[in-house]
Ligand binder design. Structure first.
Ligand SMILES: O=P(O)(O)OC[C@H](O)CO
Ligand SMILES: [Mg+2]
Length: 241
């Protein structure tokens, strides 16, 4: 992990574009997946722990589902496809209640007001994206574009770089040099995806995630409220932020 001084030395202060992850980073939606998956495993007298959570988060639904049934040892009783069906109605009730993570609105508005191009690259597919964001349309409209997990260009989910490379390619003036992109992520798979795309990554991990997952990111912060844009060559927050 780099310190702010290292960041300046390696030239990572020259960020021109920002890509946000969504679940667990902008929206407090990871808790819904956890709740539902705990309930399903309880049916099999098993517990859902953070080592399994760490492997699933950030991935496309079917990829996470395969990990869930295989790693928890229930694949003989429940297929990945049936797991997705079983959790769907519960998630559909929970997603419309999604709330913003602390500091998300402040950072998005700050970057937009300062003309820093911003977008989202999420593993979430369009139908779930629409449910999760229905209370936050105004804020999400500040994004230049949004790449979802079912985008045709996203052949493989995180940790593959597909989503971040597609996102970097859709800004107004064409593809952006990955070295000038700063990604915000909460998930180990998402941090790896951004590094696989050659980008800079600030990780905002859930405190329950094992610290062994902190090694790959360029910077770790405990909340978006703690992000200091000037450490990355971005306009600082003013007192009114
Ligand atoms: O974290 P995101 O936004 O890539 O979403 C991925 C899944 O939908 C949830 O882990
Ligand atoms: Mg995430």
């Amino acid at each position: 992990m780099s310190t702010p001084a290292d960041i300046a030395v390696t030239g990572r202060g020259l960020i021109s574009h920002v890509i946000f992850d969504m679940d667990g980073l902008l929206l407090d939606t990871e808790k819904f997946y956890t709740e539902v998956q705990e309930m399903i495993l309880a049916r099999f007298n098993k517990t859902f722990d953070w080592s399994l959570k760490a492997k699933m988060m950030g991935r496309k639904a079917i990829e996470a589902a395969r990990i869930f049934v295989e790693e928890s040892g229930i694949s003989d009783s429940l297929s990945a496809e049936d797991f997705l069906v079983e959790r769907e109605s519960m998630l559909q009730d929970l997603f419309p209640t999604s709330e913003l993570m602390p500091g998300a609105s402040r950072l998005i508005k700050h970057l937009h007001e300062n003309n820093i191009p911003i977008c989202i690259a999420t593993g979430t597919h369009t139908r779930h994206f629409d449910l999760k964001t229905q209370r936050h349309k105004e804020l999400f409209s500040l994004m230049h574009h949004i790449v979802r997990g079912d985008d045709p260009e996203v052949k493989q989910g995180k940790p593959a770089p597909d989503g971040f490379l597609a996102a970097a390619g859709r800004f107004k003036d064409g593809p952006v040099d990955p070295q000038k992109v700063l990604v915000f992520e909460d998930a180990p798979s998402g941090v790896l995806a951004a590094k696989n795309a050659g980008m800079n990554v600030v990780m905002v991990p859930d405190p329950r995630l094992d610290i062994s997952h902190h090694d790959v990111a360029d910077q770790i912060i405990t909340s978006l409220l703690d992000f200091k844009p000037e450490e990355w060559g971005l306009p600082p927050f003013s007192d009114s932020n």
